[in-house]
Design a protein around this ligand. Structure first.
Ligand SMILES: [Zn+2]
Length: 338
C-alpha cells in the first residue's frame, strides 16, 4: 500500500514534469459585449476590442477572441503590464502619426493600442488573424524588455536595439546592418530588428521547431527571455507554418564581358552584404581573390586580380556560402605590349 502510494506520487510528479507546459496558460476567457465592442478577460488579463474608425463585425471580433485564447498569459501579461489593452478596429491601421496603408495591423505603444485594419480580416482567415495578433503582441513584448527608464530605453533601443537580441542578426538597430541573410523565419523579419523580434515571437509560439531550425540562438532568447520557458500546446500551433529556406549569394549578371587585370567588373545579384552590413563578401576570379567594394546588397564592384588572359569564372562568397559562377574573359592588359 505504502509502496503503491509512493509510486502514485512518483507518477504524479512525472506527470507534472511531462505535462505540456503552457497548457494552463491558454484557453477561453470571459467575453462580454460593451458599448463600443467587446471585452475579453482571462486570469485577470483584460483587453478591450473597441471601435476605431469603424466597428468590429461579430465574425471579426470572434477571430480576435480566438487568437487571444490561443496566446499564453506570459505574453499577454506583458501588454497588460504596459497598459496596452485596447485592440482597435480601423479601416486602415493607425500609426502614432498618420496611417499605415497596406498594413494589416499596427502597434502604437505610446497610445497603448493595437490597431487592426480591413486587410487583416479579408477572407476571415483564422490562422492569419491569429498569427498577426501574435506578431503585434511580439512588438509589445520587445518593448517590455527595455528598462524602466522609458526615455533612455527608447533612445538606446533605437540605436543599439535590445540587449542580447539585436546582435544575433544585426550590427546596429539604427543602420539595420545584417550579419547574415540567414537565421530569419521570414523575409519580412529581415526588415529590421523589431520585425525580426515580432516574427520570432510569432514563430516561437505557432511553430517553435521552425524557429529552432533557422536560429537556435533566437529560439533560446524567446524561450528564456520572453516566454519564461513555456512552450505552446498543440492547439496554439499552426501546422504547415514554415520558416523560409536558407539562402546564399547569387550572381545574376556581370557588367563586363571582358576586362583586363586591375579593371573593374560590376557584379549584380542578390544576398550580398551591403556597405552597412556585417559579414563579408569575397569575389574570386578563377579562385583568385580580387579586391571588392559593396555598392549595395545587390551590387558589388570587383577588381580583376593579376591573371593570365583567358576565361575566368567569377563567384561571390559570403558568410552564407558561395554563389553560382559567371564567366568573364580576362584580356591581355594593354600595357603588356611585350
Ligand atoms: Zn510588425
Amino acid at each position: 500500500m505504502r509502496r503503491h502510494s509512493i509510486l502514485g506520487l512518483g507518477a504524479l510528479l512525472l506527470g507534472l514534469l511531462v505535462a505540456p507546459a503552457g497548457a494552463a496558460e491558454v484557453g477561453p476567457g470571459t467575453w462580454s459585449a460593451q458599448a463600443t465592442g467587446w471585452a475579453w478577460e482571462r486570469d485577470g488579463i483584460r483587453f478591450e476590442l473597441q471601435r476605431g474608425d469603424k466597428a468590429y463585425t461579430v465574425a471579426e471580433a470572434d477571430l480576435v477572441r480566438d487568437a487571444l485564447e490561443r496566446l499564453p498569459n506570459v505574453l499577454l501579461r506583458r501588454a497588460r503590464d504596459l497598459g496596452v489593452t485596447r485592440l482597435r478596429r480601423d479601416a486602415v491601421p493607425r500609426k502614432l502619426i498618420g496611417k499605415s496603408a497596406n498594413a494589416s495591423a499596427t502597434t502604437v505603444i505610446e497610445r497603448k493600442w493595437i490597431s487592426f485594419g480591413d486587410v487583416l480580416f479579408r477572407g476571415l482567415n483564422r490562422d492569419r488573424v491569429y498569427r498577426t495578433v501574435a506578431h503585434e503582441f511580439g512588438h509589445v513584448a520587445q518593448y517590455s524588455l527595455l528598462s524602466s527608464n522609458r526615455f533612455l530605453a527608447k533612445a538606446r533601443g533605437t540605436y543599439f536595439g535590445t540587449p542580447g537580441w539585436t546582435s544575433i542578426s544585426w550590427t546596429l538597430a539604427l543602420t539595420k546592418g545584417l550579419r547574415s541573410w540567414n537565421g530569419f523565419v521570414s523575409d519580412y523579419a529581415r526588415t529590421n530588428d523589431r520585425e525580426d523580434f515580432a516574427e520570432s515571437v510569432e514563430f516561437y509560439w505557432i511553430a517553435p521547431d521552425e524557429l529552432q531550425k533557422v536560429s537556435p540562438t533566437k529560439f533560446r532568447f524567446m524561450r528564456d527571455r520572453v516566454f519564461n520557458q513555456i512552450s505552446s500546446p498543440a492547439t496554439s500551433r499552426v501546422p504547415g507554418a514554415l520558416a523560409i529556406a536558407p539562402v546564399k549569394p547569387e550572381i545574376t549578371s556581370l557588367g563586363e564581358q571582358a576586362e583586363g587585370p586591375f579593371g573593374v567588373v560590376t557584379v549584380r545579384g542578390k544576398h550580398f552584404m551591403g556597405p552597412r552590413d556585417g559579414g563579408y563578401n569575397r569575389v574570386t576570379f578563377r579562385s583568385k581573390k580580387g579586391m571588392d567594394l559593396a555598392a549595395s546588397r545587390t551590387k558589388l564592384w570587383a577588381w580583376v586580380p593579376s591573371l593570365s588572359p583567358g576565361s575566368a569564372p567569377v563567384a561571390v562568397t559570403t558568410q552564407d556560402g558561395k554563389s553560382n559562377e559567371r564567366t568573364i574573359r580576362v584580356k591581355k592588359p594593354w600595357w603588356k605590349f611585350w
